[in-house]
Ligand binder design. Structure first.
Ligand code: EPZ
Length: 427
């Protein structure tokens, strides 16, 4: 059974703790391969994508184990350099392993990552970075290989043609293994890149400027295993604030990554949301939410994050008047609109634009999640709707949300689902 059941209409209220960041944890798991000891990721989210990455590291020779939310990664005996399509088709972000595996083993092979419903998700910039750092890229038996031979990666100056989180992380991970200096220009500036730089520097690397558009790496430092606390997940934080907004409730975040939420909170205020910060907690009051947003455009950090676009779309379905959202990062990220229409939403999508005419309320029905953030948007819509909503396809949601049902039920939401069993069954 892969379903979440919701009875909508209860304004959420109470305090919630935000899980560790999925998009910070995944590159740190790749970085752990670069040392021959044990890394401990503290406060690591127990989610499907992390479990998948853990399985991949084990196929490479790592020994892994959990103590509550602390993930131990013993990378002293990495003996394999190939990640099969079995894993890469399940998790696109496995591509970020290519540079790290090649940096450790002189060669790395990764099954082609599938595209996904939010867009083509090409990897041309990943491969270009590795080539510029001295790897030969070849295809062997349907898998992509990078090979540096005995000489390994060599430092280089690289200018990214566009902002890419994954390609920037790829360049950092390979640059750390490269002989000499690497300079990366026009880098993505998402917080997860800053955190990857912090993680690697604590391991003994020399990475400066991570989180800005120019990154300088002095490669081939001796790296050691460390213990590192994963920062809270900014997208989960925004998702839960949107849950409060969809139900006109009052949600308090115990450990919000405030500096990473500025663009989102500006949009929350435009919708009528009010918030205040005291002693590190973020108190949100959505009793006045219901204003439309005349124009919202997703952008790279520090702009409004594409990963919160679907959640805001769900809230705007019951805002008075017309709202307009433009998605500029991915080609096809309005998938949730079709399912929201089944609940009575008035959304028109044309290419990268969605126009939302607010309705007094949505009505619960059967809907299907097709991807991670669109699935979360359906949960928010169900919480705010009249009647019962049944969401199928929840294994997408558990890829990124550790206990979305328990968290929202803890805030008074009438929601249940055995999502924990769902992803443990899938791994
Ligand atoms: C990361 O994906 C995140 N995933 C995504 O979060 C997030 O939506 C995205 O960054 C943008 O912020 C992880 O960190 C694991 P990109 P990534 O490379 O690295 C194009 C979630 O919901 N591009 O910044 O794959 C690409 O098609 C996920 O948690 C190329 O053209 O995103 C896109 O249009 C979804 N060639 C744009 O760049 C390449 O080689 C930005 O993608 C790589 C990317």
């Amino acid at each position: 059974m892969d379903q979440i059941r919701i009875i909508g209409g209860s304004p959420l209220s109470g305090t919630v703790t935000i899980q560790g960041s999925k998009n910070a944890a995944l590159p740190m798991m790749a970085a752990s391969l670069l040392q021959e000891g044990v890394c401990v990721l503290k406060g690591c989210p127990r989610i499907a994508d992390v479990f998948c990455m853990e399985e991949i590291l084990k196929t490479l020779g790592a020994v892994t184990y959990w103590e509550d939310n602390n993930l131990y990664l013993d990378c002293s005996h990495i003996r394999n350099f190939a990640v099969t399509t079995e894993y890469t088709k399940r998790m696109r972000s496995s591509i970020m392993l290519l540079g790290a595996v090649t940096g450790r083993m002189e060669k790395g092979c990764i099954g082609y990552p599938g595209g996904c419903v939010i867009g083509k998700r090409p990897i041309d910039m990943h491969l270009e970075v590795l080539k510029r750092l001295g790897a030969e890229i070849l295809e062997e038996g349907g898998v992509l290989c990078a090979d540096t031979g005995k000489k390994g990666f060599r430092g280089a100056e690289i200018v990214f043609e566009k902002s890419s989180v994954g390609a920037t992380e790829q360049g950092i991970l390979a640059g750390v293994c490269a002989l000499g200096d690497t300079w990366l220009y026009h880098c993505a500036k998402e917080p997860e890149i800053y955190w990857l730089g912090e993680f690697l520097n604590q391991m003994g690397a020399s990475v400066s400027g991570a989180g800005t558009d120019v990154i300088h790496i002095q490669g081939r430092k001796k790296l050691k295993g460390i213990s590192f606390r994963i920062p809270p997940d900014r997208i989960v934080a925004g998702t839960y604030i949107c849950a409060g907004a969809a139900t006109r409730g009052k949600v308090i975040l115990k450990n919000p990554p405030l500096q990473e939420l500025e663009a989102f909170l500006k949009v929350y205020q435009k919708m009528g949301g009010q918030y205040k910060v005291n002693s590190g907690k973020l108190t949100t009051d959505s009793s006045r939410v219901g204003l439309p947003v005349p124009y919202l455009e997703t952008d790279v950090f520090p702009g409004f994050p594409t990963d919160l676009q679907s959640q805001v779309l769900a809230v705007l379905t019951t805002a008075e008047g017309m709202s307009h959202i433009r998605e500029t990062i991915f080609e096809d990220r309005f998938k949730a609109a079709r399912e929201l229409r089944k609940m009575g939403a008035d959304i028109e999508v044309q290419g990268q634009d969605a126009w939302v005419r607010g309705r007094p309320y949505l009505t619960g029905t059967q809907v299907r999640a097709e991807e991670l953030r669109g699935g979360a948007a359906l949960v928010l819509a169900g919480l705010g709707a009249v009647g019962e909503t049944i969401i199928s396809g929840c294994s997408y949601i558990t890829r990124g949300y550790e206990h979305i049902c328990e968290d929202l039920a803890g805030l008074g939401g009438k929601i249940e689902g055995n999502t924990r069993k769902i992803y443990e069954g899938n791994i």
